[in-house]
Design a protein around this ligand. Structure first.
Ligand code: ADP
Ligand code: MG
Length: 255
């Protein structure tokens, strides 16, 4: 399934947040959205997920969801949002409980997704026993188990240290390479964007407008830490963003 954003404008009271957003999220691609803090990235993601309606414009779902899809749009947040009293397997199976699935089938689906996210040995652990990286793997497993059409990821690695971020990026690349999924990946981290994005959308400071869309052809599996092409792309993105980030920063300090 593809998402098509057309003519999105939005304000909160007299604060204009998004202006004239036209954007396609193609099926089977990861689209990264980068932009300075407060420019409207999370707002845009909530609109893609239908959690919020734009003042003007629309989000169109084009085409069929994948076979077996139980929930077309799933979220992954920075803070994991796990239920502390449920085990790893319990957090993942929770999202299947609203659906008419035989228990044996549900167990098989959970086992499959835990294997893909390398969590099989942690199925019975509680969230408080897990590192941040493991917790986010659980959130990824929970988002994948319903076979979503589009995964909406809001700064998913921002709460993790840099080594763990690196490991999680490798996991996401492996997951996508094994079974391509469609995702919108919001981040302020340009290194993440050039590692994971087939397409990178640069937003201006608030009100967020699309400044540039960069397409990266290099296969995700070939993008390694310290790759020169990626470093060059990252430098280019920073050039595009620098003035916006500086202005946004000055606004927050002064405002
Ligand atoms: P980002 O994710 O890019 O940091 P957000 O989408 O969270 O930006 O926020 C964009 C702007 O809208 C910010 O100025 C923020 O304070 C404001 N904002 C976000 N959500 C709300 C809301 N529910 N009510 C009022 N203002 C909001
Ligand atoms: Mg945000």
């Amino acid at each position: 399934m593809e998402l098509q954003l057309r003519g999105i404008n939005h304000s909160y009271a007299d604060r204009e947040v998004l202006r004239g957003i036209d954007l396609d999220i193609p099926d089977g691609q990861i689209v990264c959205i980068v932009g300075p803090s407060g420019c409207g990235k999370s707002t845009l993601l909530r609109m893609m997920g239908g959690l919020e309606q734009p003042d003007q414009g629309q989000v169109i779902q084009q085409g069929a969801a994948p076979v077996g899809c139980l929930n077309p749009l799933t979220y992954i947040f920075q803070d994991f949002a796990l239920l502390p009293w449920r085990t790893v397997a319990g957090n993942v199976s929770l999202v299947l409980e609203d659906h008419p699935i035989a228990q044996a089938d549900a167990r098989a689906m959970v086992a499959d997704v835990l294997a893909r996210t390398r969590l099989t040995d942690f199925a019975d652990a509680l969230p408080r026993q897990l590192s941040g990286g493991m917790k986010q793997r659980v959130a990824i497993a929970r988002a994948l188990v319903v076979k979503p059409a589009v995964m909406l990821m809001d700064e998913p690695l921002s709460a993790l240290d840099s080594q763990t971020r690196e490991l999680l990026m490798e996991d996401l690349v492996n997951l996508w390479t094994t079974a391509p999924f469609t995702a919108v990946y919001v981040t302020h981290n340009l290194a993440e964007a050039v590692r994971l994005g087939h397409r990178i959308v640069v937003l201006s400071r608030r009100p967020g407008q699309i400044r540039e869309i960069v397409e990266l052809d290099k296969p995700l599996a070939d993008r390694t830490h310290g790759d020169r092409d990626l470093d060059a792309q990252q430098a280019h993105l920073w050039d595009a963003m620098r003035a916006e980030a500086a202005a946004a920063d000055a606004e927050l300090v002064g405002g």
